[in-house]
Design a protein around this ligand. Structure first.
Ligand SMILES: *Cc1c(COP(=O)(O)O)cnc(C)c1O
Length: 256
Protein backbone atom coordinates (compact mmCIF):
# COMPACT_ATOMS: atom_id res chain seq x y z
CA UNK A 1 0.00 0.00 0.00
CA UNK A 2 1.67 3.21 -1.19
CA UNK A 3 -0.43 5.54 0.90
CA UNK A 4 -3.29 4.78 3.26
CA UNK A 5 -6.13 7.22 2.77
CA UNK A 6 -7.86 8.71 5.79
CA UNK A 7 -11.52 9.13 4.90
CA UNK A 8 -12.94 11.88 7.09
CA UNK A 9 -16.53 11.25 5.91
CA UNK A 10 -19.03 10.59 8.66
CA UNK A 11 -19.52 7.04 7.50
CA UNK A 12 -18.49 4.66 6.20
CA UNK A 13 -15.15 6.02 7.23
CA UNK A 14 -11.68 5.17 8.43
CA UNK A 15 -11.43 2.33 10.95
CA UNK A 16 -8.41 1.68 13.16
CA UNK A 17 -5.69 0.09 11.03
CA UNK A 18 -4.93 -2.48 13.75
CA UNK A 19 -8.56 -3.68 13.63
CA UNK A 20 -8.45 -4.05 9.84
CA UNK A 21 -5.12 -5.87 9.97
CA UNK A 22 -6.33 -8.22 12.69
CA UNK A 23 -9.39 -9.06 10.58
CA UNK A 24 -7.13 -9.61 7.56
CA UNK A 25 -4.80 -11.91 9.47
CA UNK A 26 -7.71 -13.94 10.85
CA UNK A 27 -9.93 -13.86 7.80
CA UNK A 28 -9.18 -17.18 6.09
CA UNK A 29 -8.42 -19.28 9.16
CA UNK A 30 -10.05 -18.00 12.32
CA UNK A 31 -8.15 -19.07 15.45
CA UNK A 32 -6.78 -22.26 13.81
CA UNK A 33 -10.32 -23.49 13.25
CA UNK A 34 -9.66 -24.19 9.56
CA UNK A 35 -12.47 -21.85 8.51
CA UNK A 36 -13.29 -18.20 8.19
CA UNK A 37 -15.54 -16.77 10.89
CA UNK A 38 -18.06 -15.95 8.15
CA UNK A 39 -18.17 -19.58 7.02
CA UNK A 40 -19.02 -21.13 10.36
CA UNK A 41 -22.24 -21.48 12.30
CA UNK A 42 -23.28 -18.48 14.32
CA UNK A 43 -24.59 -21.02 16.86
CA UNK A 44 -21.13 -22.53 17.41
CA UNK A 45 -18.78 -21.88 20.32
CA UNK A 46 -16.30 -19.82 18.31
CA UNK A 47 -18.71 -17.19 17.03
CA UNK A 48 -20.59 -17.21 20.33
CA UNK A 49 -17.42 -16.04 22.08
CA UNK A 50 -16.96 -13.17 19.60
CA UNK A 51 -20.61 -12.18 19.96
CA UNK A 52 -20.44 -12.15 23.76
CA UNK A 53 -17.21 -10.16 23.71
CA UNK A 54 -18.89 -7.57 21.48
CA UNK A 55 -21.88 -7.35 23.83
CA UNK A 56 -19.58 -7.07 26.85
CA UNK A 57 -17.47 -4.38 25.19
CA UNK A 58 -20.51 -2.22 24.39
CA UNK A 59 -21.80 -2.65 27.94
CA UNK A 60 -18.45 -1.82 29.52
CA UNK A 61 -17.44 1.09 27.30
CA UNK A 62 -20.83 2.82 27.46
CA UNK A 63 -21.41 1.81 31.11
CA UNK A 64 -24.82 0.41 30.14
CA UNK A 65 -26.67 -0.49 33.36
CA UNK A 66 -28.49 -3.80 33.91
CA UNK A 67 -31.80 -1.99 33.45
CA UNK A 68 -30.98 -1.77 29.71
CA UNK A 69 -30.71 -4.62 27.21
CA UNK A 70 -28.14 -4.45 24.38
CA UNK A 71 -29.29 -5.62 20.94
CA UNK A 72 -27.49 -6.02 17.62
CA UNK A 73 -29.88 -5.79 14.68
CA UNK A 74 -29.63 -5.58 10.91
CA UNK A 75 -30.99 -2.72 8.85
CA UNK A 76 -28.74 0.03 10.15
CA UNK A 77 -30.08 3.05 12.02
CA UNK A 78 -32.73 3.54 9.33
CA UNK A 79 -34.71 0.46 10.34
CA UNK A 80 -34.85 1.95 13.85
CA UNK A 81 -36.73 4.96 12.47
CA UNK A 82 -39.57 2.46 11.88
CA UNK A 83 -39.03 -0.04 14.71
CA UNK A 84 -39.06 2.64 17.41
CA UNK A 85 -42.62 3.84 16.67
CA UNK A 86 -43.83 0.30 15.82
CA UNK A 87 -42.72 -0.95 19.23
CA UNK A 88 -43.06 2.05 21.50
CA UNK A 89 -46.15 3.93 20.37
CA UNK A 90 -49.07 3.51 22.73
CA UNK A 91 -52.67 3.71 21.53
CA UNK A 92 -54.18 7.12 22.30
CA UNK A 93 -50.85 8.76 23.14
CA UNK A 94 -48.57 10.79 20.91
CA UNK A 95 -44.85 10.37 20.36
CA UNK A 96 -42.89 13.62 20.61
CA UNK A 97 -40.07 14.42 18.22
CA UNK A 98 -37.58 17.28 18.06
CA UNK A 99 -36.77 18.26 14.48
CA UNK A 100 -33.12 19.27 14.30
CA UNK A 101 -32.41 18.40 10.66
CA UNK A 102 -32.00 15.71 8.02
CA UNK A 103 -31.84 12.64 10.30
CA UNK A 104 -34.53 13.78 12.72
CA UNK A 105 -36.77 14.40 9.69
CA UNK A 106 -36.36 10.83 8.48
CA UNK A 107 -37.26 9.51 11.92
CA UNK A 108 -40.32 11.81 12.05
CA UNK A 109 -41.45 10.78 8.58
CA UNK A 110 -41.52 7.09 9.55
CA UNK A 111 -43.14 7.77 12.93
CA UNK A 112 -45.98 9.65 11.22
CA UNK A 113 -46.71 6.61 9.11
CA UNK A 114 -47.04 4.47 12.22
CA UNK A 115 -49.16 6.70 14.45
CA UNK A 116 -49.73 9.93 16.36
CA UNK A 117 -46.55 11.97 16.10
CA UNK A 118 -46.05 15.50 17.36
CA UNK A 119 -43.08 17.68 16.48
CA UNK A 120 -42.60 19.75 19.63
CA UNK A 121 -39.79 21.93 18.27
CA UNK A 122 -38.37 22.49 14.81
CA UNK A 123 -35.32 24.39 13.66
CA UNK A 124 -36.53 24.39 10.06
CA UNK A 125 -37.24 28.16 9.79
CA UNK A 126 -33.69 28.83 11.03
CA UNK A 127 -32.15 26.40 8.52
CA UNK A 128 -31.37 23.99 11.36
CA UNK A 129 -28.53 26.10 12.69
CA UNK A 130 -28.99 25.17 16.33
CA UNK A 131 -30.25 22.74 18.96
CA UNK A 132 -33.23 24.05 20.99
CA UNK A 133 -32.61 25.80 24.29
CA UNK A 134 -33.89 24.15 27.45
CA UNK A 135 -36.65 26.74 27.84
CA UNK A 136 -37.99 25.94 24.36
CA UNK A 137 -38.69 22.31 25.20
CA UNK A 138 -41.68 21.01 27.11
CA UNK A 139 -42.22 17.28 26.94
CA UNK A 140 -45.82 16.20 27.51
CA UNK A 141 -45.60 13.80 30.43
CA UNK A 142 -48.36 11.70 28.88
CA UNK A 143 -46.44 11.08 25.64
CA UNK A 144 -45.58 7.48 24.74
CA UNK A 145 -41.93 8.47 24.20
CA UNK A 146 -39.75 11.33 23.01
CA UNK A 147 -37.12 11.17 20.27
CA UNK A 148 -34.06 13.27 19.47
CA UNK A 149 -31.14 12.91 17.07
CA UNK A 150 -28.10 13.35 19.33
CA UNK A 151 -25.80 14.51 16.55
CA UNK A 152 -27.17 15.76 13.22
CA UNK A 153 -24.45 14.30 11.07
CA UNK A 154 -25.28 16.25 7.92
CA UNK A 155 -26.17 19.63 9.46
CA UNK A 156 -23.40 19.43 12.05
CA UNK A 157 -25.29 20.34 15.20
CA UNK A 158 -25.06 18.26 18.36
CA UNK A 159 -26.86 18.13 21.70
CA UNK A 160 -24.27 19.02 24.35
CA UNK A 161 -26.65 18.04 27.11
CA UNK A 162 -29.25 15.31 26.85
CA UNK A 163 -32.61 16.86 27.82
CA UNK A 164 -34.46 15.71 30.92
CA UNK A 165 -37.79 14.37 29.64
CA UNK A 166 -39.11 13.46 33.08
CA UNK A 167 -41.10 10.24 33.03
CA UNK A 168 -41.34 10.17 29.23
CA UNK A 169 -38.87 7.59 27.87
CA UNK A 170 -36.29 9.35 25.71
CA UNK A 171 -35.00 7.66 22.54
CA UNK A 172 -31.72 8.99 21.10
CA UNK A 173 -30.30 8.36 17.65
CA UNK A 174 -26.60 8.39 18.55
CA UNK A 175 -25.32 7.05 15.22
CA UNK A 176 -22.58 9.58 14.64
CA UNK A 177 -21.40 10.33 18.17
CA UNK A 178 -21.76 7.04 20.00
CA UNK A 179 -18.60 6.16 22.00
CA UNK A 180 -17.38 9.77 21.86
CA UNK A 181 -18.81 10.55 25.32
CA UNK A 182 -20.50 8.89 28.28
CA UNK A 183 -24.28 8.40 28.06
CA UNK A 184 -26.49 9.45 30.97
CA UNK A 185 -28.67 6.35 31.26
CA UNK A 186 -30.92 8.05 33.78
CA UNK A 187 -32.09 10.22 30.90
CA UNK A 188 -31.72 7.87 27.96
CA UNK A 189 -34.31 5.06 27.87
CA UNK A 190 -33.12 3.89 24.47
CA UNK A 191 -30.07 4.60 22.34
CA UNK A 192 -29.58 3.33 18.82
CA UNK A 193 -26.72 3.76 16.39
CA UNK A 194 -25.86 2.55 12.91
CA UNK A 195 -22.40 1.01 13.24
CA UNK A 196 -20.65 2.54 10.23
CA UNK A 197 -20.09 6.03 11.64
CA UNK A 198 -18.16 5.20 14.79
CA UNK A 199 -18.07 1.45 15.36
CA UNK A 200 -17.52 -0.75 12.30
CA UNK A 201 -19.08 -1.84 9.01
CA UNK A 202 -22.52 -0.74 7.78
CA UNK A 203 -25.72 -2.73 8.11
CA UNK A 204 -25.53 -3.25 11.87
CA UNK A 205 -27.44 -1.25 14.47
CA UNK A 206 -26.38 -1.23 18.10
CA UNK A 207 -29.22 -0.63 20.53
CA UNK A 208 -29.37 -0.24 24.29
CA UNK A 209 -32.88 0.01 25.67
CA UNK A 210 -34.71 -0.23 28.94
CA UNK A 211 -36.11 -3.71 29.52
CA UNK A 212 -39.61 -2.44 30.32
CA UNK A 213 -39.79 -0.72 26.93
CA UNK A 214 -38.89 -3.91 25.11
CA UNK A 215 -42.10 -5.47 26.43
CA UNK A 216 -44.27 -2.77 24.88
CA UNK A 217 -44.39 -4.29 21.38
CA UNK A 218 -47.91 -4.94 20.05
CA UNK A 219 -48.64 -8.61 19.39
CA UNK A 220 -49.37 -7.85 15.73
CA UNK A 221 -45.74 -7.05 14.88
CA UNK A 222 -43.92 -9.50 12.63
CA UNK A 223 -41.23 -11.31 14.60
CA UNK A 224 -38.10 -9.55 13.43
CA UNK A 225 -39.62 -6.11 13.96
CA UNK A 226 -40.36 -6.67 17.66
CA UNK A 227 -37.42 -5.93 19.97
CA UNK A 228 -38.53 -8.64 22.37
CA UNK A 229 -37.96 -11.32 19.72
CA UNK A 230 -34.26 -10.58 19.92
CA UNK A 231 -33.80 -10.81 23.68
CA UNK A 232 -33.88 -14.57 24.46
CA UNK A 233 -31.12 -15.52 22.00
CA UNK A 234 -28.99 -12.41 22.61
CA UNK A 235 -29.75 -11.00 19.13
CA UNK A 236 -29.39 -14.38 17.44
CA UNK A 237 -33.05 -14.99 16.63
CA UNK A 238 -31.88 -15.17 13.04
CA UNK A 239 -28.38 -15.12 11.60
CA UNK A 240 -26.84 -11.91 12.92
CA UNK A 241 -24.56 -9.74 10.75
CA UNK A 242 -21.60 -11.80 11.93
CA UNK A 243 -18.82 -10.00 10.10
CA UNK A 244 -20.05 -6.54 11.11
CA UNK A 245 -20.30 -7.57 14.76
CA UNK A 246 -16.82 -9.11 14.64
CA UNK A 247 -15.29 -5.97 13.06
CA UNK A 248 -17.05 -3.82 15.65
CA UNK A 249 -15.61 -6.01 18.39
CA UNK A 250 -12.10 -5.42 16.98
CA UNK A 251 -12.76 -1.68 16.83
CA UNK A 252 -14.02 -1.69 20.42
CA UNK A 253 -10.85 -3.50 21.53
CA UNK A 254 -8.99 -0.55 20.05
CA UNK A 255 -11.33 1.95 21.73
CA UNK A 256 -10.63 0.22 25.05
C1 LIG B 1 -25.99 7.76 9.09
C2 LIG B 1 -27.07 8.05 10.03
C3 LIG B 1 -28.26 7.32 10.03
C4 LIG B 1 -28.56 6.23 9.01
O1 LIG B 1 -27.76 5.12 9.26
P1 LIG B 1 -27.88 3.81 8.32
O2 LIG B 1 -27.08 2.81 9.10
O3 LIG B 1 -27.29 4.17 7.01
O4 LIG B 1 -29.30 3.43 8.25
C5 LIG B 1 -29.23 7.64 10.96
N1 LIG B 1 -29.04 8.62 11.85
C6 LIG B 1 -27.89 9.33 11.90
C7 LIG B 1 -27.74 10.39 12.92
C8 LIG B 1 -26.87 9.07 10.99
O5 LIG B 1 -25.73 9.79 11.02
Amino acid sequence: MAKRIFNFSAGPCTLPLCALEKAQAEFVDYGNSGMSLIEMSHRGKIYDAVHNQALDAVRALLAVPESHEILFLGGGATLQFAMVPMNLMVEGKTAEYVNTGAWAKKAISDAKKVGGTKVIWTGESESFMRIPRKDELAFNQEASYAHICGNETIGGIEWQEIPDTGKVPLVVDASSHVMSRPIDWNRVAMMYAGAQKNLGPAGLAVIAMRKDLIERAPATLPAYLAYKTHVPDKSMYNTPPVFAIYMMKLTLDWVK
